[in-house]
Design a protein around this ligand. Structure first.
Ligand SMILES: Cc1cc2nc3c(=O)[nH]c(=O)nc-3n(C[C@H](O)[C@H](O)[C@H](O)COP(=O)(O)OP(=O)(O)OC[C@H]3O[C@@H](n4cnc5c(N)ncnc54)[C@H](O)[C@@H]3O)c2cc1C
Length: 385
């Protein structure tokens, strides 16, 4: 991918924002189990960072998706995974379908303030009984006059405790599972919505996660995104950006793990020599560095084709799979060379080790990515290419 002067300027803007507004506070926010999301999103919104490839008509920058990927990569310099995930939910998980298929009225009401950082969004797909199996979700939105009446619950919803709206995937008919779903924008202050206490997570500590319950929640039908019954298809499209964002966002964090480990191994001596002088260690660092470059190449290739309007389901799934697996490999290998120091909670590599574990699970687990790739290769039993 060839980067222009504009890409580099955007890169600098994100880096500057991360260095001054986020990284100095991460230790505290990780301890708090939350960060001041409205304040940070407003600052990001003022810089245009929440609407890079969103339509200018609604306050976005109107740039192509390669710019979003550059930003996702730079948000990877945040020294924890929770905050970039939270930003990614806003930019690449709960707003792509709204931006592409929402009515002007709906986009004015929710997309414009989301881009400006005046509203926080979340995405409600997973349920206790339906994570990987999205088609099996049970939350329903039943028509009543001009409204939908929503009942059910959504599990593990990032940003939900602070969110102003949820982009909800719900069943709007009794039809077959792939054609009975719709995406609906639901204000989080609607009567009948309640939340569980914050869920206590292994990693991503500074992002807020909760279960969201819907008890006869009423929203106008005009809050539906696009055609009724097209929600599953729109969510699958929306997942492309989620997966590309997730993969791009891993690159710099993993590079940082390798660099920090090299620095540590240069100054840590065992048996009269620096750790890094052991061939097994410096070769391993070179191997990991090579793998990270391969991930970057895959992400850039998928992005280039996505910008050209191609279907990148295969490459985006591969990038997500590779990012999850490589994240585990890099953080595990690096942690090892920190010895006991690596096992300490506040060690940066130990935080990365905990945070990246989610990448192989959330937004479609590794096995779901493998299933998609197999289907597109024509080797999934019972499914034609
Ligand atoms: C911190 C966190 C934040 C999240 N944020 C959000 C959010 O904002 N919005 C949202 O909607 N969801 C969110 N999720 C949910 C996430 O997307 C799901 O956890 C994920 O899709 C996996 O679903 P599950 O947990 O139900 O696992 P299950 O579907 O129960 O699967 C369990 C495991 O079984 C394996 N598996 C599943 N199916 C197959 C198969 N067919 N073949 C082989 N192996 C298989 C996989 O390894 C999988 O990890 C979040 C989750 C976490 C932990």
């Amino acid at each position: 991918m060839i980067f222009t002067q504009e890409h580099e300027e955007l890169r600098r803007t994100v880096r500057n924002f991360v260095e001054h507004e986020i990284n100095p506070h991460v230790e505290q926010w990780e301890k708090d189990g939350r960060f001041p999301i409205h304040e940070i999103f407003k600052k990001a919104g003022d810089l245009g960072l929440l609407g890079i490839s969103k339509p200018e008509k609604f306050g976005g920058m109107g740039l192509d998706y390669s710019y979003s990927i550059v930003a996702a990569e730079e948000f990877g310099t945040i020294i924890c995974g929770g905050i970039p995930m939270s930003i990614g939910v806003q930019t690449d998980m709960c707003t792509p379908a709204l931006a592409r298929f929402g009515s002007d009225e709906l986009r004015e009401e929710f997309l414009r303030p989301a881009i400006a950082g005046e509203m926080v969004g979340c995405i409600g797909v997973s349920e206790v009984g339906a994570g990987s199996d999205v088609a099996g979700l049970k939350t329903s939105a039943r028509k009543d006059g001009d409204d939908y009446v929503i009942n059910g619950s959504k599990m593990w919803i990032t940003n939900s405790p602070s969110a102003d709206f949820i982009c909800l995937l719900a069943n709007t008919s009794e039809d077959k599972p792939h054609v009975n779903k719709s995406l609906i924008v639901v204000p989080m202050n609607s009567p009948g919505i309640s939340l569980s206490p914050h869920l206590d997570k292994l990693g991503m500590r500074s992002s807020e996660t909760a279960q969201v319950f819907f008890d006869n929640v009423r929203v106008p039908q005009r809050n539906r995104i696009g055609a009724e019954g097209a929600g599953f298809m729109m969510q699958m499209l929306q997942f492309q950006e989620e997966r590309l964002f997730g993969a791009a966002n891993m690159i710099k964090g993993l590079e940082h793990c390798v660099d920090a480990t090299i620095d540590y191994c240069k100054q840590r001596y065992t048996f009269g020599q620096p750790l890094i002088d052991n061939q097994v260690i410096h070769f391993r660092m070179a191997e990991l560095s090579t793998e990270i470059e391969a991930l970057r190449a895959l992400v850039y290739q998928a992005t280039e084709l996505y910008v050209a309007g191609k279907d990148v389901t295969r490459l985006a799934s591969m990038a997500k799979l590779k990012a999850g697996r490589l994240g585990r490999e890099v953080t595990d290998a690096c942690l090892q060379y920190w010895g006991g120091m690596g096992f300490m909670w506040d060690n940066p590599v130990s935080r990365a080790y905990r945070d990246v574990r989610l990448v192989s699970i959330g937004g479609g687990a590794d096995e779901i990515m493998l299933g998609i790739i197999c289907k597109l290769m024509g080797i999934l039993p019972g499914k034609k290419k």
